[in-house]
Write a protein that binds this ligand. Structure first.
Ligand SMILES: [Zn+2]
Length: 420
């Protein structure tokens, strides 16, 4: 079919089949450029913006389900910093990202709906005849849970539907690909990371393997009880970047039933001439995955407004998704069903399967493991409280856990705290 007819076909298909983009970093732009001030006319998402994402271009692009990223950088100047117990504001900052996504959807509620399940994401889009964009969220790195599985559970309750195991830094759960690039050992998934995967599967949180090291990918794929995603990663064989997916891992993704959502960042799809990257390179990455493991395991993870530069030629912003779909279609001769899977149905299937696995595991208890490196600290006066049952406190206590609590008045006058 000639390309002009394929555009027609795309428009027809897209009434019932959303483009599902699994990674967009617009929320971080709202943080650093606006300090989250979007009320009234301070910020108009329905007018043209200079960035890669705005409402009109999302509609031109056929976007029907958008995962906005709640990414926060690691609060250390050293990407490979190892003091995970250092006090930081990462959970507050992540909650601010969650909050701005929900506020943005509220402000433009005629065009966007916040959704919490795969069925709801598809239904809302289809019932509006492709007019309503379903919005959900991903958190980009387990450093954003600050060593605590309780935070993972609460993010899920807030509507976060995937967490990337690492960003560009190791954490108590897993090794990042940047560690390997820095010449350090690839330790893969830690034992705490294994507990975390168990908990993700139990609650229905999708495991995202973008950014992680090769060994982390393999370790997770060996134990995952539900399909995994790569929210924004391309094919290693075509572009040798550590964060891209090697062919043997792609085979494991096929067995696992997961999905790799191709990233558009020029540096990840063309090396060494990233500046020349174009939509055709992106098509090649999609088709490499398809040729190796079939149409059931490929999707879209644009990374728009997180790439720090312009997109590849022909794939500059969110309005260009139809061009990508049509080029993939033209070059592959895919069936309508295959193209629909690539547009977004694969991602929705994986999301739904994670929900079903969680449903099947509903009799499993929450994982209570704490990170072994955690330093518990308490004010000394707390030991005046009676034990819950004999030996409860002493079994968990060491003398260095307790500190002398001081109390400061608003005048900064220091005094002993009197609990009575
Ligand atoms: Zn990323």
């Amino acid at each position: 079919m000639p390309a002009s007819d394929l555009y027609e076909e795309f428009r027809r298909l897209s009434k019932a089949t959303p483009v599902v983009d699994v990674h967009n970093d617009l929320p971080y732009q709202l943080r650093w450029q606006l300090h989250y001030e979007i009320n009234e006319d301070k910020f108009r998402f329905d007018e043209p913006l200079v960035s890669q994402t705005d409402l009109r271009r999302m509609k031109q692009g056929g976007v029907g389900v958008q995962f906005f990223s709640c990414w926060m950088d690691y609060p250390s100047p050293d990407e490979l910093y190892q003091d995970f117990e250092r006090p930081n504001s990462i959970v507050r900052d992540t909650l601010e990202q969650v909050d701005i996504i929900k506020r943005l959807v509220d402000k433009y509620s005629r065009s966007m709906k916040f959704v919490t399940s795969a069925d709801e994401a598809l239904r809302s889009y289809q019932e509006s005849n492709g007019d309503m964009i379903s919005v959900t969220m991903g958190v980009e790195g387990l450093h954003q849970v600050d060593t605590s599985l309780a935070v993972v559970r609460q993010y899920y309750d807030l509507g976060v539907r995937y967490i990337t195991l690492t960003h560009n830094c190791d954490n108590p759960f897993a090794t990042a690909c940047t560690t390997v690039i820095a010449g350090k050992e690839d330790k893969g998934l830690t034992s705490y990371g294994r507990d975390c995967i168990r908990e993700f599967n139990r609650i229905g949180m999708m495991v995202d393997l973008s950014h992680v090291s090769y060994k982390t990918m393999v370790d997770v794929l060996e134990i995952a009880r539900a399909p995994v995603i790569f929210s924004h990663s391309s094919a290693y064989t075509l572009t040798n970047h550590e964060r891209n997916v090697r062919d043997d891992v792609l085979q494991m993704v096929k067995t696992n039933g997961g999905v790799v959502c191709v990233d558009f960042v020029p540096n990840f799809i063309k090396k060494p001439d990233a500046a020349d990257a174009s939509i055709d390179d992106c098509v090649d990455h999609v088709l490499h995955i398809v040729n190796l493991i079939g149409w059931d395991h490929v999707g879209i993870g644009s990374d728009f407004d997180g790439m720090g530069a312009t997109g590849p030629k022909g794939l500059e912003d969110v309005s260009k998704f139809p061009d990508l779909v049509v080029k993939v279609w033209e070059k592959s001769g895919a069936t309508h069903e295959d193209i629909r899977k690539f547009m977004g149905l694969n991602v929705l299937r994986v999301w739904k399967e994670c929900e079903l696995v969680s449903e099947a595991l509903k009799n499993e208890l929450p994982v209570e493991t704490n990170w072994s490196g955690r330093q518990w600290r308490f004010p000394k006066y707390i030991t005046l409280c009676p034990e819950l049952f004999p030996g409860a406190a002493t079994a968990k206590s060491t003398p260095d856990m307790f500190y002398d609590a001081k109390r400061y008045t608003f005048k900064d006058v220091e005094g002993e705290y009197d609990p009575k």
